[in-house]
Structure formats: C-alpha cells, structure tokens
Write a protein that binds this ligand. Sequence first.
Ligand code: ADP
Ligand code: ZN
Length: 518
Amino acid sequence: MTSPLHLLQHVFGYHAFRGEQAAIVDHLIGGGDALVLMPTGGGKSLCYQIPALARPGCGVVVSPLIALMQDQVDQLKELGVAAAFLNSTLSLEESREIEQAFLGGQLKLLYVAPERAVTPRFQRLLQQANIALFAIDEAHCVSQWGHDFRPEYLALSVLADAYPGIPRIALTATADHATQAEIIDKLRLESASQFVASFDRPNLRYTIVEKKTSKDQLLTFLRREHEGDSGIVYCLSRKRVEATAEWLRSKEIRALPYHAGLDADVRARNQNIFLREEGVVMVATIAFGMGIDKPDVRFVAHLDLPKSIENYYQETGRAGRDGLPADAWLAYGLNDVIQLTNMIEASGAPEEQKDVERRKLEAMLGLCETTACRRQTLLGYFGEEARPCGNCDNCLNPPQLTDMTEAARKALSCVYRTGNRFGVGHLVDVLQGKLTDKVREFMHQQVSTFGIGKELDEASWRAVFRQLLARGALRVSPEGHGGLELAEAAKPILRGEVPLYRRARIEKFHYHDKNAEF
Ligand code: ADP
Ligand code: ZN
C-alpha cells in the first residue's frame, strides 16, 4: 500500500499534513470511524481523499453542495485521480456511465448528492460495489435545529448497519456541542473517534468599527488596505447589495453583485469572474460563499451585523485560506440590532428557537462591544481558550476606557420613566433635554430624566445604549418599531453594583475629502 505521506506529496503536491490530518487519515485507513470538526479552510477534504486512495475500493462522499462537488471532481481529475459525481446536473445517460464505472471498480472517489444517495437504486449499487469508505460532508445538515437541515441526511444512518466493516467519516465546520451530539446520534457514530481542530485563524486580522457613513468607511478601508485585492463585502439585503456594488463601481472599484434574486446565469457569471480573475470585489448577501474555495480572498467586509458569531466566523473564514494575512472588517450600528431583532420576532419560528436566536445575536453584539481581544472572545464562544492575539483592533490599538456607570444608570432610568417603549433617537433627545415635537406630544419634558444627560453628545449616548443592549440590560421590544425596554441585567446596574466602561471615542483617521468624513 502506498503511504499516506507519499500520496499527499505525489498526488496532491503538498509537503506535509496539517494539524490533525495525519491522525485522521491513519485512523480511517485502519478502519476506524471518525467525526471531524474543523473550521472552513482547515483541509477537511484530504482527510477522506487520501484514505480513499490508500484503501481498496472507491470512496463514497455525500455532499450537499453541487458547485463544490464539481470543483473537487475537476481538481481531482487534474491530479490524475479517477473521480466523478452523481447529481441532478447530469443527464440520465451520463449518470448510467458513472454508475457503470463505479461498479466496474474504475473510480477512486464518487461524490453523490444526499437525495441521490438515499434512493433505492443507489443503495443497490452500493451493495454491489467495492467501497473504501463513506464520507459525510457538511454533517451538521443532519441537525433538525440548524439552518441547513437536510431530511435525507437522517436516512444515512442505514450505512452503519449495512456496511459495518467500512469506515465512515463525518465532517463539519459547525462547532457547538448540541450539534455534535446530534451528529453522533443521528449518524450512529457512537464509536467514532472525534477530532476537533482549533478554530483559530491566526492570519485573520479582526477589526470592528462603529457604523457612521458605512459606505465611505468601507471605501476608505478598501483604498487604504486593499487596493486591487480580491474580497467579499456582505450586506443584509439584496437592495443594499446592488446599491453598494454600483456605488463602488462609481468609485472605480471592480465590484459585482451576488444575491439569490439575480438570474442564475448572472450569478454563475459573477461567481466565475470572482473565482478566476484577480482584484474583484464581490458584494453579496450570505447566499454567496458556501463551498467557495478561493484561497486568495484578502478581505471579508461586513456592512451589516451578522446574526450570530457562528455566521460571522463562517463568513470571515472565507478570507485568507492561503494562510497569508487577510482582513475581517465589520461596521455595525444600533440599527442593525433593531433590524435583526425585528426579523427574529417576525420570523414565525417557535418561541424556543426565537430565544436561541436572540441570545446568539446578543453574543454577536457582545463581540462588537468588547474592549478585550476579539479573537479571545470569538474562540471563547466556541469553548476554546486563547491569549490576547496581537492581531485584532483591540490588541493593536487598545481602546481607552471611560467610566460610564453613571451614564448607563441615566439611560436605563430614562427608558423606564418613558414607559419602556421608545427608540434610541427619542431617548437621547429626552436625555439631552431637546424639546422636539415628539417630546411635547408625550410630555416627556416633565419626566425626571429630561435634560439630565447634556454632558454627552449623541454618538456617545448611542454607544451607551449599545453596551446596555450587549450586556442584556436592555432589549429591543418584541412589539417592533425599535423600542427599548429594561431587561434582567438592568437591576444591578441601576443599583450601581457593576461598573461599566465604554471605549473613548478616538478618531484615528483624518480626512480632507469632505464627503468621506466619518
Ligand atoms: P475545508 O473543506 O475544511 O474547508 P479544504 O479541504 O477545501 O478545506 O482545504 C482548504 C485549502 O487548504 C485547499 O485549498 C486545500 O488544497 C488546502 N490544503 C489542505 N490540506 C493541506 C496541506 N496539508 N498542505 C497544504 N495545503 C492544504
Ligand atoms: Zn486580539
């Protein structure tokens, strides 16, 4: 048998295994089952490709991502590996040919879509073929609570009994413990060895800024740091994707839009340009990116807040897969939080799930508001301990802290005195003692908190409110309209039991261009 290292070097042209790859490969070749948790870009594919080549028979890979399947098969063929896929893009005749090759022992790797894998026809084929291993990619799709749930994945449990001697490997980049347990249970991997790689991406530099004029902030970031680089800009809505792409083009940046509302051929064309050419900025909704393997993406920028740390991690993880320095840049504001909260409330999901989503959003906001190391906070969320990294905005440029305990108490009592229902704009007007129409309408000039906050400007007050939201002292009212109400963590703050700090506002950059002012 050819050794795994020999295969790695002579078939794939890589020098050495990365991280856990060698251990996983050995384990599979020895006939063991495995559950692999490895971040996107970590190198999951080799974990089953090499054992498939080393063992007799063909490796069968279940993968839900058609585009990725195609790419991988193309790459494998280029390396001289007999690989093929079975999915809905093939004609009947093409499918039959591949089935024959599979049965005839002419394939070393066969990728198959889950809906195809569970058909009786394919199950019969399996029984007649010589199989090296089963790989179940994107294994979190088996989780009924996740966003990517694929019912066909549940039927893959039959493999355990039907092929007891053949190793199975499940792979995912989704980390949390509940999903892990579900994968083991649903795919019958009780005796599988688990391989958990670190989620750290040391070459990514994390930067999170307060949203002001976000498009200008983005442009400045692109011009300063990423002239001529390939990158992705994520926006929440399709409309914003198109507006941003167009605007960047007007500034002579080569930007293309991508979202699910565009025609399939436009999407495919834009994706191809992005993959094949240099220096293209893809402006996209999160519909873009799953399974995209472009190693030299130099930045991922978010113009809107992702709805969870998992999302943020996945999306930023598309930058710097080649291991060279890359940027994860995010601009966020209070309105993002309100908008995302409204989306959760309007989703019609069961209350349990809404609650999970609210907590995820709160954690994301916590990451934005933290004055500690971003990486430490991020990895801590995934249960991993880390030291301050030296490669995030907070480490590189430690924020100056000012005590805002008193301001926080004023803000909370203002929310309370005005009846737990107004949005930030109005609350700040009341604190600053502005006699607006709305203040008069509700006679808020008479509440005790009117005008008690003249010492801070509007931006500072907004920062205070964001912190209070991030800490769970306030929440966005489920009623909609962006009203704020007191939440559990408000009490100790009102009683003055916990001190609060906020980042002093230091303007790092100065602009001469009036239109590009922060
Ligand atoms: P994942 O599926 O975990 O997102 P991939 O398997 O697509 O990751 O690998 C990501 C990139 O890293 C690919 O371009 C792959 O060729 C490369 N890669 C994987 N393992 C190694 C290795 N041992 N040495 C060098 N490059 C590797
Ligand atoms: Zn850091």
